[in-house]
Design a protein around this ligand. Structure first.
Ligand SMILES: [Zn+2]
Length: 247
């Protein structure tokens, strides 16, 4: 498998095609994970989700329920872990059985993408467990820490290619760094990072590609693919103007 390269990924499409592979976020080959079953929960999360429109609940009443929810989530996660160790199904769905995999990604690929809950990077890129490093943060931005991870990926674990995937409807698109900083300041926080809000996902993607290509921390910058994932349609787009960002 090693040396097979990027074929599965490139097959999704590059080179300026406005619309590339069709990859439903759920209905794709790959991990084939079923939808997570959710049990009826009249007094729990679902009820809490609608409480915004309900009469305000006292903090004292909400506290025990929050504790119950936390315990329930913990139990679900433990059940899922147990299921995966047994190589069988869990209440969360079928998890990949533990298998001997090399630490070096088979496709010598590192993917940088957003933490958005609607994105399953392996599925949308037609990858399988063990194929690629997956690096995620808010926005899929090329931050210093993303570069740190990519540098380790290339220098320590043999990856040669990078896929940068941003998406429609990102929480950072249209947000404001200044307003976010005000929120932080109101809580007495003055971090040395910025939110990294942007107004155009395409421009942000181009900026990310440019940053990657300028990062000497990365010895391999020749094969950088950039995509925008449409979270409504499940289609990956390869913006034509990415071509203009090369060099
Ligand atoms: Zn996002």
């Amino acid at each position: 498998m090693r040396g097979e390269g990027f074929a599965g990924f490139v097959g999704v499409g590059v080179e300026g095609e406005p619309v590339v592979g069709v990859v439903g976020a759920v209905a794709v080959a790959g991990l084939d994970l079923p939808v997570v079953p959710v049990e009826p929960d009249p007094a729990g999360v679902d009820a809490a989700a609608t409480s915004a429109t309900a009469p305000a609940e006292s903090a004292a009443a909400a506290r025990p329920r929050a504790a119950t929810e936390a315990k329930r989530l913990h139990t679900r996660l433990l059940t899922a872990v147990k299921g995966s160790h047994n190589g069988g199904a869990s209440r969360w769905g079928r998890l990949p059985a533990l298998m001997p995999l090399a630490a070096q990604p088979r496709k010598r690929l590192a993917v940088l993408t957003c933490m958005d809950a609607r994105i399953d990077p392996l599925s949308i890129l037609g990858l399988e467990l063990g194929d690629a490093h997956i690096i995620r943060n808010a926005g899929g931005l090329v931050t210093q820490d993303a570069i740190r991870s990519l540098s380790a990926s290339q220098r320590l674990l043999g990856t040669r290619k990078i896929a940068l995937v941003m998406h429609s409807g990102c929480g950072l698109c249209g947000a404001s760094d200044d307003e976010f900083n005000s929120l932080l300041a109101s809580d007495g926080a003055a971090p040395d990072w910025r939110l990294g809000a942007f107004q155009s996902v395409t421009e942000a993607l181009l900026l990310g590609v440019a940053r990657l290509r300028a990062s000497r921390e990365l010895p391999h910058r020749d094969d950088i693919q950039a995509f925008i994932f449409d979270t409504d349609s499940g289609v990956l787009h390869a913006p034509e103007l990415i071509e203009g960002a090369s060099g």
